[in-house]
Write a protein that binds this ligand. Structure first.
Ligand SMILES: [Zn+2]
Length: 687
């Protein structure tokens, strides 16, 4: 009996795994998640047909991905690859670079896998094979992967330098989490199990810690990419122990003792007690996205209620107009302690601030935090089908994620201010001009590149008998539902340059299919018109999905026309930094003023918009910035020619000035900082 049980236990996971391996697909595989209502097409089912996002993918393929390899594989520039080679015994030397380099390198491998999924370039497949071989040699036999510790361990060195989980800021679970996620994508793209085998070992290692030293593991969940990773591994393998592990990883967070836990790491209180986004924004958003994944599989409503409340808190009080999160460089969290006792107050950095604390010049807004927010918002959409989350995803994709890399694809922002002035020039730890390398922390570059390489996965979703059109972009979809029935369609549009969208059906199943088209929440009440083969149909409310259900034949056309016009946006007056200022939006895009577009003799600080002038026509023109197409807007504004400020002057009496009318040119915010070291502002004073 014992023997039979043993045999069954050894075979069952393989059977489950075989079943899982056959059915899985997509970037985030919710095809069989009982509590998700939609799933993604497979990784190569959506193709760009030009357009802004298609152009970004092309730059990712041709420049961003190969350029990152040049950096990562150059020991002088990064040492990330060299660390793996040393840990694998293929080179000599010491570990160098930040402790999270292993995971950042693997984010780049994920981008490589996605590009391979689309291009099927055999050279990329071979490159991944070579990398996986080395990563496999670097990984410890028990699954631990963290070259910073493995390198001294292999040399027989002891002490703190070689002891794993000694220092919570060493990101071991982050590194292994990215190994697991990348392995799932690699497996789906190539069908190979080489990297998946490494992922299983890493997850089993984490699983063992979860059973034996859960306190240590919980304490070391820093930028917890492993929550998403382990759920995805469950989706690949269908082995229940990985789902149980993911569930436990959230539960053990409440074991972090009060003297260690902090708002900074979102572990001051048990997860379910949280109502607000707090602390380090990358950690926070990765946590919330990971919890969303656990909920998609487990259906634990108490988890969902928590992330729903926190997402409401972010969207209504802590989110920049650019869809960015993590407003402050350094601060303090007075919560949870006797705040009259200053010595107990804990520090936070690169963190969510208090409600409405959204500075512009000193905005932190790490690119990774915004990417984490996007991953979280897509998951909220998949769990609810609520178009509001698709709006937030779109807002963050265009205005929060795209700015993280230059249009050429080689220079990066680590922090993302919404205003930059040359006189405000004291060092803030990170550069506010784009830089070709960020040696102290190379987390954002591969993160933004993988997200751009993968952006097409978010355009459409599927649910039984339904295609959801979440984003508008020139693209084609050729996919099948899990029941095997196929659909092919094309989306013809110049969005986001205008709001004319045509969807042409190329192939459809015999029975009825519902097309659900997102009507963006920023459209005015009657600003969206939906037609099927030219005949108007009900459009529904902005901020919802309009549904058109019928039996489609080849050539059927659905057109959606969204009114696009420049809009002035103001912030809640509790946001002190934007009082009496407005931002310009056009469709989903947030615009900004850059100093090199100003008329001769006008400085950025003098510019103001007179509300009565805004009714005047706004000129829109297609231009190129660094080889990329953008739509520039020109509107009527004024320059208030005030006397220059002296550096020793903090206040002065207001002097009367004569406003000088000017044509004010604006460019999309994502395109700023591509023409030298400019001044820039998103928010413009109202005269
Ligand atoms: Zn980063």
């Amino acid at each position: 009996m014992m023997k039979l049980r043993k045999v069954l236990l050894s075979v069952l996971p393989l059977l489950a795994a075989a079943e899982g391996l056959a059915g899985e697909r997509g970037l985030i595989d919710t095809t069989r998640s009982p509590h998700a209502i939609m799933y993604m097409p497979d990784l190569a089912d959506v193709k760009w047909n030009g357009g802004l996002l298609g152009e970004r993918f092309e730059v990712a393929r041709s420049t961003m991905v190969p350029h990152l390899w040049e950096i990562l594989s150059d020991p002088e520039d990064s040492h990330a690859w060299e660390n793996y080679r040393i840990a694998a015994g293929l080179a000599k030397g010491d570990f160098s670079g930040p402790p999270f380099n292993d995971g950042d390198f693997l984010k780049w491998v994920e981008a490589l896998a996605q590009v391979y999924a689309v291009t099927r370039d055999p050279a990329l497949d071979a490159q991944m094979d070579r990398i996986i071989e080395v990563v496999g040699k670097a990984q410890r036999e028990d699954g631990y992967l963290h070259t910073q510790k493995i390198i001294p361990q292999r040399r027989g060195e002891g002490g703190i330098k070689a002891r794993e989980f000694e220092e919570r800021e060493h990101f071991e679970t982050y590194n292994m989490g990215h190994l697991i996620t990348t392995a799932c994508i690699h497996h789906r793209v190539t069908g190979k199990t080489t990297m998946l085998a490494l992922a299983r070992k890493a997850a089993d290692y984490i699983g063992n810690l979860c059973e034996t030293v859960p306190h240590d593991l919980a304490r070391n969940a820093i930028c917890p990419s492993h929550y998403m990773g382990v759920v995805e591994l469950y989706r690949v393998t269908r082995e229940p122990r990985y789902l149980e592990l993911a569930r436990q990883l959230i539960e053990i967070r409440s074991l972090v003792p009060p003297e260690v836990g902090s708002d900074h790491n979102q572990d001051r209180m048990p997860f379910r007690k949280m109502t607000q986004a707090v602390g380090h924004a990358v950690r926070a958003n990765y946590l919330y996205a990971g919890v969303a994944d656990v909920y998609a599989e487990s259906g634990d409503k108490s988890l969902f209620k928590t992330i729903e409340a926190i997402s409401e808190d972010v969207a209504t009080q802590k989110l920049y107009i650019t869809g960015m999160t993590g407003a402050i460089y350094d601060g303090a969290s007075p919560d949870g302690v006797d705040h009259t006792q200053h010595k107990y107050i804990k520090t936070i950095h690169q963190a969510y601030g208090r409600d409405y604390q959204l500075p512009n010049l000193t905005a932190y807004n790490e690119t990774c935090a915004t990417i984490g927010y996007g991953m979280w918002m897509w998951r909220m959409l998949a769990l609810t089908g609520d178009a509001r989350y698709a709006d937030l995803f779109e807002q963050t994709l265009y205005n929060g994620i795209l700015p993280g890399i230059s249009l050429e694809g080689k220079d990066y922002f680590y922090v993302n201010p919404l205003r930059k002035l040359h006189d405000f020039d004291w060092p803030l730890r990170w550069s506010r001009t784009r830089t070709p390398n960020i040696k102290a922390s190379f987390c954002c570059p591969p993160n933004v590149v993988r997200t751009i390489a993968e952006a097409h996965n978010y355009v459409y979703s599927l649910s039984p008998g339904t295609v959801w059109v979440n984003l508008f972009a020139a693209s084609s979809l050729d996919t099948a539902w899990t029941d095997g029935s196929r659909i092919k369609l094309r989306q013809e549009t110049e969005y986001p340059w205008n709001g004319a969208i045509r969807i042409v059906i190329d192939e459809a199943p015999k029975g009825p299919v519902a097309l659900k088209l997102r009507i963006p929440g920023w459209v005015h009440g009657d600003g969206a018109r939906l037609r099927v083969n030219g005949e108007p149909v009900a459009t529904g409310k902005p901020g919802s999905y309009a549904e058109v259900k019928r039996t489609w034949k080849q050539g059927d056309t659905v057109s959606l026309d969204l009114d696009f016009k420049p809009a002035l946006v103001e912030a809640n007056p509790l946001v002190e930094e934007t009082v009496n200022q407005v931002a310009v939006k056009y469709g989903p895009l947030v615009y900004c003023v850059e100093s090199n577009d100003l008329p001769e003799g006008v400085s950025l600080r003098e510019v103001a918009i007179a509300l009565e002038d805004f009714g005047a026509p706004v000129a829109a023109s297609r231009e190129q910035i660094d080889g990329a197409d953008v739509l520039a807007l020109t509107l009527q504004a004024v320059a208030l020619q005030r006397p220059a400020w002296r550096p020793d002057q903090l206040y002065r009496e207001v002097a009367a000035v004569e406003p000088r009318p000017i044509d004010l040119k604006l460019v999309p915010y994502y395109a700023w900082g591509n023409r030298g070291d400019t001044e820039m502002t998103v928010w413009i004073p109202v005269r």
